[in-house]
Write a protein that binds this ligand. Structure first.
Ligand code: MG
Length: 206
């Protein structure tokens, strides 16, 4: 896989049980933030645990790869703008996310966006049937159907393209289910979506 997004657009608190587990309200409209392209790593590359955090979390998510320029797209047309789907780990320094009040450090460090292992063309994946699962050292930590998303893929694309032009190759991370938790150096984390595959990354000390 070789995607070079101009931006990585993420949705926060997009599963009811995940919003609750961190003590947050369920959002009334999509909660959008960005990760920088410099945070991207591929399947197999190491997530570097930076010295500036003491609470590094995994967040397994469905990723959308945009196929053509999208601006002011209606939900009914949104799937025309999707090239395909991949797995994303929205790695988060939970302590920095809380402390900073905005999420640039907590979400944006180098290696905080493992993506892969491949991009599956849109028509080859039935979002109504697949689940996102996250395993830490082989133990299932997150497991939820994509249909549990509060704001679905088409609604996210409509919302984002009202204020931001999406370019081919741009990546959208759609939000994580409940079950987020800490990783330690030496751990291995896997994000699995049936039909896409398993995104696996080791965690190493920075
Ligand atoms: Mg997330």
């Amino acid at each position: 896989m070789n995607i070079k997004p101009s931006k990585i657009v993420c949705v926060g608190r997009n599963y009811v049980e995940h919003a609750k587990e961190l003590g947050n309200e369920v959002p009334k409209e999509p909660l959008i933030f960005l990760k920088p392209p410099s945070s991207l790593i591929a399947h197999g590359e190491a997530i570097v645990y930076p010295a500036i955090t003491e609470n590094l979390h995994f967040e397994g998510e469905l990723g959308i790869v945009i196929g053509k320029r999208a601006k002011h797209v209606k939900a009914a047309d949104a799937f025309d703008y999707i090239y395909g789907y991949t797995c994303v780990n929205d790695v988060t320094a939970r302590d920095l996310q809380r402390k900073d009040g905005q999420w640039t450090r907590g979400k944006g460090c180098d290696t905080f966006c493992p993506t892969g292992p491949r991009v599956v063309p849109r028509d080859e994946l039935d979002l109504g049937k697949v689940r996102v699962r996250t395993l830490l050292n082989g133990v299932v930590k997150q497991d939820a159907p994509i249909t549990d998303l509060i704001f679905s893929v088409d609604v996210i694309i409509e919302y984002v393209t009202q204020f931001m032009t999406l370019e081919p190759g741009d990546l959208i991370a759609t939000g994580t289910p409940s079950g987020v938790g800490p990783m330690q150096p030496g751990d291995t984390v896997q994000v699995e979506i049936e039909g896409i595959g398993i995104l696996q990354n080791p965690v190493i000390r920075g």
